[in-house]
Design a protein. Structure first.
Length: 261
């Protein structure tokens, strides 16, 4: 099967149809049912009440941290009904070792179930609607969970992957139907180029549609810093470019699908 990979690039994305300016938003806790078990998260959405595409976010190994809440708000301000699923169930690992422990102790199947159920929850809201289109976006651990959710479910119409450090079995990637955009730093030791090349080779072999973007000199998590963080200008520029590419991609793939039912 022929591949549908857009060439790697480091240029500026073309703009897609999307609301102009930063949207006024409201944010609050959310809860829903996942296979008979409670699931929770953090939701942010434009306050105007106009139906919009939905977006499930999946965090890195630090869980639903203050920074992850701000990332959720960032995508809401870009016009999405954004929901971060708290797959760590309130745990907030403070050190790298604690984060690794949380990752390796995670019930992956339950986390994927909560994420898929989260997409259904978004569609139960008037702000997305039963026929609304929903994307899934993940950072680090969440990037791998997003890939697994995309492969196991038809609830998502687009996927955004930031330097996934959970690496699915190649067989889990064969059933992905939604288009992807993937972001990686050239100095990332947690998600090295060899892993990325192996991942995209599977996508190519099965004709998946995806974009892959490399960010020169960037390490793991380069796009996850808070807006007011003191980071080098090159990192800030790379992060802004990655998020703008993701937002353009999501509007391109999801726009027009949000209905009030």
């Amino acid at each position: 099967m022929s591949a549908k990979h857009r060439p790697d690039s480091d240029g500026v994305s073309s703009a897609a149809a999307r609301p102009s300016g930063s949207q006024e938003i409201v944010s609050l806790g959310a809860a829903w049912d996942s296979d008979g078990q409670p699931a929770e998260g953090f939701l942010a959405r434009p306050i105007d009440g106009v139906p919009r595409p939905g977006l499930i976010l999946l965090s890195n190994m630090r869980g639903l941290s203050p920074n992850q809440r701000e990332l959720t708000r960032r995508y809401a301000r870009a016009g999405f009904v954004a929901l971060t699923v708290d797959v760590l169930h309130g745990r907030l690992p403070g050190t790298r070792a604690e984060g690794r422990q949380a990752m390796n102790g995670l019930d992956i199947n339950a986390a994927i179930g909560e994420s898929v159920a989260g997409a259904d929850y978004l569609r139960s809201l008037a702000w997305v609607g039963p026929q609304g289109r929903v994307g899934v976006l993940g950072f680090c651990l969440g990037g791998g969970l997003a890939l697994l959710a995309l492969g196991r479910s038809d609830r998502f119409q687009a996927g955004v992957i930031y330097h996934h450090s959970l690496f699915p079995d190649p067989r889990a990637l064969e059933t992905i139907e939604a288009p992807l955009i993937c972001h990686y730093g050239t100095l990332d030791r947690s998600t090295p180029r060899e892993e990325v090349d192996a991942f995209t080779a599977v996508l190519d072999a099965h004709g998946k549609r995806y974009e892959r973007h490399w960010y020169e000199g960037m390490g793991h998590g380069f796009a996850e810093h808070p807006a007011d963080a003191d980071v080098p200008p090159a990192q800030r520029a790379a992060a802004e470019l990655a998020h703008e590419r993701s937002i353009d991609f999501l509007w391109r793939e999801l726009d027009g699908g949000a209905t009030s039912g």
